[in-house]
Design a protein around this ligand. Structure first.
Ligand SMILES: [Zn+2]
Length: 329
């Protein structure tokens, strides 16, 4: 019997939620509890001696900070045990693993809804602190990138902490940032990406973490997957690119197009577009990661029935802003 799409989706969702992710991953690595929700162990996807593999039973997900492997019960069985998608769903629908009770599953659903609501509330509280970029380090930063247009209202300046500890209420000191509003399909602000700045905006934030790795200049708050930094209105055609600097560069050069930014290479294929958008132009970066992101996004938007094309900067430049500034790769 062939299931309808909706029935198929509910079979998949049911298969995903039936078991503890830790029971599934636990067959391949020993996990230790680290927080109320997280467990951690040596990554089964790469060789390591200190644990960077995290499992979250509330969300039913895993993520490795070392090699970037991540997903849910289905992707785990596909990637690590070599099952097909259908075989993974079938395995999870059976009783190969202990089954989680209905009460516990309802509790997890509430906890994850609460977490999403908290993340959106934090993003909105950051956005409420923003102001226009005129005479701020954000303006200095954009000028240093040869972006001289006045950005749309979705790009502003903020002074905000880089970290917060929800348990103790402690927060880091305020750091200046270029703030980009991330809107969901209906246009509500559900996230903010901050490009943190140093030296009055003359460069991006640069610090070393205690372990010697570089702290990220760009941090996103709220919900990133599915949302977009909109540098133009909802129109039947939008140009999609992966970072705010590239987006503003394209806006400066192609002023009549509506440019939307995914704020993350991996998020380029995930944008949840309003029904009025029927065509996307993918403006990619000129490197392996950028081309892969465009290929994935092309497949994703084609499968949603959109018309798709792609453009790249001239071969000798890594991205659109480097091209604007004449910086060769
Ligand atoms: Zn790993």
């Amino acid at each position: 019997m062939r299931l309808s799409d909706a029935d198929f989706q509910s079979v998949v969702a049911e298969a995903r939620a039936r078991h503890n992710m830790s029971d599934i991953a636990g067959r391949h690595t020993a996990l230790k509890r680290r927080g109320p929700r997280e467990m951690v162990g040596l990554c089964p996807f790469h060789e390591e001696r200190t644990p960077s593999f995290e499992v979250n039973d509330d969300k039913g997900t895993y993520h490795c900070h070392g090699c970037g492997a991540g997903g849910d019960a289905i992707t785990f069985l596909i990637q690590l045990e070599g099952l097909s998608f259908m075989k993974a769903v079938e395995t999870l629908s059976g009783s190969a693993f202990p089954v989680v009770s209905v009460t516990e599953r309802a509790k997890r659903k509430r906890a994850s809804e609460q977490e999403i609501a908290d993340r959106i509330a934090l993003a909105r509280s950051i956005w409420a602190q923003t102001r226009p970029i005129a005479d701020t380090p954000a303006e200095v930063y954009l000028h240093s990138r040869k972006i001289n247009i006045v950005p749309p209202a979705s790009v502003r300046f903020v002074l905000t902490p880089r970290w917060r500890n929800p348990e103790t209420g402690e927060v880091g000191k305020n750091v200046p940032a270029l703030a980009c509003a991330l809107q969901n399909r209906t246009g509500s602000i559900v996230g903010v990406q901050c490009v943190f700045l140093d030296d009055g905006g003359r460069k991006k934030y640069e610090r070393q973490r205690p372990d010697g790795s570089a702290a990220k200049a760009k941090l996103s708050f709220g919900i990133i997957a599915g949302s977009a930094l909109r540098l133009g209105p909802v129109t039947n055609q939008v140009v999609i690119t992966e970072g705010p600097e590239d987006g503003l560069t394209l806006l400066q050069q192609l002023g009549d197009r509506s440019i939307w930014v995914s704020c993350g290479t991996a998020m380029m294929s995930r944008m949840d577009l309003p029904a009025d958008v029927s065509e996307v132009i993918l403006a990619g970066d000129n490197n392996d990661g950028g081309r892969k992101a465009v290929d994935e996004a092309e497949a994703a938007y084609l499968s949603q029935g959109l018309a798709v094309s792609s453009i790249y900067p001239d071969q000798s430049f890594k991205d659109w802003n480097d091209e604007l500034r004449g910086i060769h790769a």
